[in-house]
Design a protein around this ligand. Sequence first.
Ligand code: B3K
Ligand code: ZN
Length: 888
Amino acid sequence: ATAIHRADYQAPAWWIDTVDLTFDLDPAKTRVLNKMRVRRNPEVPAQPLRLDGDELNLARVLVNGAGTSFKMDGDQLVLENLPEGHEPVELEIFTTCAPAKNTKLMGLYVSEDTFFTQCEAEGFRRITYFLDRPDVMAMYTVTLRASKTQYPVLLSNGNLVESGELEDGRHFAKWVDPHKKPSYLFALVAGKLVAREQKIKSRAGKNHLLQVFVRPGDLEKTEHAMNSLMHSIAWDEARFGLSLDLDRFMIVATSDFNMGAMENKGLNIFNTKYVLASQATATDTDYANIESVVGHEYFHNWTGDRVTCRDWFQLSLKEGLTVFRDQEFSMDMAGTASARAVKRIDDVRVLRTVQFPEDAGPMAHPVRPDSYIEINNFYTVTIYEKGAEVVRMQHNLVGREGFAKGMKLYFERHDGQAVTCDDFSQAIADANPGSPLAQHLQQFRRWYSQAGTPHLKATGRYDAAAQTYTLTLAQSCAPTAGQSEKLPFVIPVQMGLLTAGGQEIALQLQGEDAGQVANSRMLVVTEAEQSFVFTNVPEAPVPSLLRAFSAPVVLEHDFSDADLLTLLAHDSDPFNQWEASQRLGLRIALNAINAGASDADLLPASFVQAMRSVLRDDRLDPSFKDLVLTLPSESYIAEQLAEVDPQRVHAVREAMQLQLAIALQADWEATWEAHRDTGAYQPDHVSAGRRALAGRALSMLCLNAVNTGDTVWPGKAYQRCKDAGNMTDRTAALSALIYSASPLTEQALKRFHAMFQHDALVLDKWFALQGGAGDRSGNVLPAVKALMKHPDFQIKNPNRARSLIFSYCSNPGAFHRTDAAGYVFWSERVIEIDGFNPQVAARLARVLDRWKKLAEPYRTAAREAIARVAAKPDLSNDVREVVTRALA
Ligand code: B3K
Ligand code: ZN
């Protein structure tokens, strides 16, 4: 396989204006008749028509109704003798494929006797020969024919225009999509499904039918998804003036899906995980994820479907923007300032624990990559989450209103087109002339072209006599593959200054008049190093920098412990309050790791006291308290180290955790008592926060019980696990037992399994909890291996494979073993899964991305494991690209 380069982009030599597809659906052999009207692109020199295909059986090709000669070039079907000139040409291509044998879950496949499709990025070519690239947009008509008893529901994009009976117990449905679209947005579904339906009237006064299709029996679990969809529709109209452009909007759930969900035009296909919810089976996190993923896919209808990507290098055009939109949606739904901050913190945690490592590892790539071998490997946290941060910075640089204006201009200019990331930033800037974004647009675009996480070093100097505070901000960015030198970025730094006592100081920059003062403002850093002088500063201030995480950078500043305690207690920016707690925790962890001394008494009294104050503070939101009381994760701690001994990191964090449990025992008890009962279940932010905090308290109490030999708390957790009224409380109790390695664990797991053995999504949790369990003398790996033989384990189901195997391989304390058995297990599973589903295998392959940072003996063992995978001759492109880059 060879790399594809962004610089090589060429407009297509042919356009496809209309596509008329007829499917005779049969799991073993589905017949596809594809009639297309194609014409030469007059702007490009004449070329043969090269159609993409993949694992298709070609039966016949007709040109304007007559047979034709064609040749095959690899997987491509090449038509060299098409009529000259610019008249449209009618092509008819007849192929067959085998959906039941499609284990890659790309293209047309069967899951639980139902047909589904997944076409993004390059799955449509597994259904028929086509110009399978996003800049070729066509009008689709789709006729589905199948057995009526086996496939009573037949769905495709757009509107149902005709349906009826055929002979031999078959029936048909004909769908017309009123919007032109790229092939990656095509979808069909056929099977025994039922739907929750909802009729709505939009603001614009139009009627729409919303449907959520699931398997019979799951209908009562679709209420939250439907509500989320209605909220999404209302939100996009209110915030961006974007209305639903279809009479009918459908969501269909499947339990076999490679990722979360897919935004096919008018026919979103979802992993059941992001549709089905009931209080008995789904946790608060599941409820929140459903809201966010339903929103995300719905928002794609404009940002992705109406305006799509010119090529796959522009993937973040739709993904970064749509993640930004779903993040804002969740924040607006959450309501209060504190709830918004909690969502922001959650998002930043993902960014820092997953994207920052990616940006520093072998798969580092710009938000707009320059090349790829397998596009499926580039659906990454960089494209999605960093891409969203890059959109957020543009939002910050033009303001909320300015951003809405920019979006409006973007749609005025580009509706119905396939465009680039540059087109997007141009529209936002042009709608906001005079904004810092417009002023620095060219330089801002380095966020799209340069990989790596910038570091921003802040130093402050207070001049007591002059009452000035000089803040110097210096940026740098480490080299990444192919980019040895980085030019300065445009970095918006939202900030404030506090007195040691925690009062906000009015911010007045030298040269500004007093009329402009505010307590929080944005500095725009554009140079490698820049200084800002604040006047009338009454005392040496504590800087609160990068409020709300206004840019995706690593901020370095030598805060004293006292500074951090001030910020934690008093900052008006809740993000930086939380950030201060993390810096304090991180500092303790790093000192302990580097000192290598005993792990007794790691937590200074001041830290414990600060945590206690947070727990006891009635004004704070429980979900916020829960985040402050969460120590930095092992992977986040590891990222701060030049060389990582994962077992040392694990031991230190565990020691800190235990000390937090012991030192705050009375407070945990009080917290548990105050939050354990949240009344009738509602998945709202406030009650979810109470449950999260209660769950943490219970976990801490069980942990301390190990220490004291107490049996009361594990007993309570066991009881809770037995009779909790909702899945959040139940899994919290179960994981408290597992985490503390309570002797009651086994019994609790058995009960849990017996209760939920018929619910696939709950079984996924059951497997995941065991794969993610704390390691006591290396017992997790043997347990995982045994679980792979459990009758409920199915490696071919992506959710199930992820629940056990991925959970184990991202459980640092259990995975990184001195005997290398974890890595051996990993390499075997990557190879095994690659045999039937390369996309899922390639995700698993990424688990060892950061192997070069590992200390011995882990490092050598990890390299050997990766080399073992790489030595396999017939790897997929997906896995090949990941392991090759890892070894480079
Ligand atoms: N656009 C899809 C992702 C497709 C992944 C293909 N490997 C889901 C989403 O981002 O909404
Ligand atoms: Zn998306």
